[in-house]
Design a protein around this ligand. Structure first.
Ligand code: CTP
Ligand code: MG
Length: 234
């Protein structure tokens, strides 16, 4: 019996936001009248493609249960892990009874609230028939330097350098197995790197530059600017 391929979203949201240095984790800071994570999850739900959205939340998180969106029927909560990759694996385990190995999983950072529905569909439409999957990425405008001890060793070839964004889209079975096999490996800073370590070659799909990750304090104002711009363009 052929299985209808499904799409799942996994959202790691168990970080503390050290670089943001705010009074609460950055995913709970206010942006345009709601929290950052509410924007992010709304964007995923609006895409209308996911069978469920698994959100990894820290055990010490008092903010999540207060959000209305936590009660949404499509949202499943999973325990957060020590590193981002552990949180993603936990999200995958939370849907293990429902997901098939061939289903697609889109992993998206809670801290990227400006993701557009267009970019979600672009990623899916481009990769849905791919054997491995891939990620949204951006080319680099700046010249990039390889540096040690504040001295430049050499200059990277910008034409071959891309910045990894999320969502990152992989098959459920392949992604779970790659994350399990690379557990604890510090080179695994996104899903693609886990697949790369297993010998696969994920694709890149050029994404929009406004899909920023809120990382430092100034990024909140930039996200506000991009959201305003997106609303004007609608
Ligand atoms: N994340 C997670 N579990 C962790 C660490 C990070 O779920 N143990 C999530 C964050 O909540 C965020 C995403 O992974 O949505 C991207 O990570 P990052 O931007 O590094 O967030 P933080 O780790 O919270 O920030 P910082 O590194 O500045 O502490
Ligand atoms: Mg981090």
């Amino acid at each position: 019996m052929s299985h209808q391929i499904k799409f799942w979203a996994v959202v790691p949201a168990a970080g503390v936001g050290k670089r943001m240095n705010a009074y609460r984790p950055k995913q709970y800071l206010e942006l345009a009248g709601k929290t950052v994570i509410e924007h992010t999850l709304s964007r995923l739900l609006q895409a209308n493609v996911f069978s469920a959205v698994a959100v990894a939340i820290s055990a010490e998180d008092p903010y999540w249960p207060e959000l209305e969106i936590a009660e949404d029927n499509l949202i499943i909560t999973a325990p957060g892990g020590k590193e981002r990759a552990d949180s993603v694996l936990s999200g995958l385990k939370a849907i293990r009874e429902k997901a098939n190995d061939n289903d697609w999983v889109l992993v998206h950072d809670a801290a990227r609230p400006c993701l557009t529905t267009n970019d979600i569909h672009l990623l899916i439409d481009t990769l849905v028939n791919d054997d491995v999957g891939g990620i949204l990425a951006l080319s680099s405008h700046d010249t990039l330097k390889n540096v040690q001890d504040k001295s430049i060793i050499d200059t990277l070839d910008r034409r071959t350098i891309w910045r990894a964004l999320t969502p990152q889209m992989f098959r459920y079975g392949m992604l779970k197995s790659a994350l399990e096999k690379t557990e604890g490996n510090h080179r695994v800073t996104d899903e693609a790197s886990a697949l790369e370590l297993m010998g696969f070659t994920p694709k890149i799909v050029e994404g929009r530059p406004d899909n920023i990750k809120i990382t430092r304090p100034e990024d909140l104002a930039l996200a506000q600017f991009y959201l305003d711009q997106q609303w004007e363009q609608q």
